[in-house]
Ligand binder design. Structure first.
Ligand SMILES: [Zn+2]
Length: 186
């Protein structure tokens, strides 16, 4: 029986998953038929005029009534967003590209045109540094790394690897989350 996925590409895809919830396994207790929709996760978009947007859904493994689920709540997320950040996957990708192409972190951050405070640039960069070897390990399971660039910057190398795995993707970080069903930053 297929397991509930953690990332989805669009609300249309989520609605399809919602229609099949009874047929999906809970990722915690592996029981089928216990999952029910339990709420929406909103985010605060970096776009003027929009107050909030749906970034995910919460799914509950029900132990109410005659159901024997485990009581865990499973978070599902749209792959174009980054958990715990208001920045989208596409903006994170642009920031990362800016950082490894020789510019300053603040410069790369300003180029995004986001209303986030600039101190976010350092937080984001530290997050990339903390996660990049984990990301590379996942990518290596999928395909070997491209030949090392002349500057042995590990963050740049990981970026090139991600680009090589998803050459057609406009947002390789969204493609990573959607394909591997794993959060890009942990
Ligand atoms: Zn369960």
């Amino acid at each position: 029986m297929p397991q509930l996925q953690r990332f989805y590409a669009s609300e249309e895809e989520f609605q399809r998953i919602h229609g099949q919830l009874k047929l999906l396994q809970c990722p915690y207790c592996r029981q089928t038929g216990m999952l029910i929709k339990n709420g929406i996760t909103y985010g605060y978009p970096d776009k003027p005029g929009i107050r909030d947007e749906i970034r995910g859904h919460r799914i509950y493994c029900s132990k109410r009534g005659n159901r024997t689920g485990c009581g865990h709540t499973v978070g599902m997320f749209r792959s174009e967003f980054i958990r715990y950040f208001s920045l989208t996957a596409l903006l994170l990708w642009q920031f990362w590209q800016g950082c490894v192409s020789g510019g300053s972190k603040i410069g790369a951050f300003r180029a995004l045109g986001t209303s986030m405070h600039e101190s976010g640039a350092y937080r984001l960069y530290r997050c990339l540094q903390r996660n990049h070897s984990r990301i590379r390990t996942i990518l290596l399971r999928h395909s070997s790394a491209p030949s090392p660039p002349r500057t042995p910057d590990p963050l740049r190398h990981t970026l090139l690897h991600l680009k090589a795995v998803f050459p057609e993707a406009s947002s390789p970080i969204s493609a990573f989350q959607q394909t591997f069903q794993i959060s890009f930053l942990s």
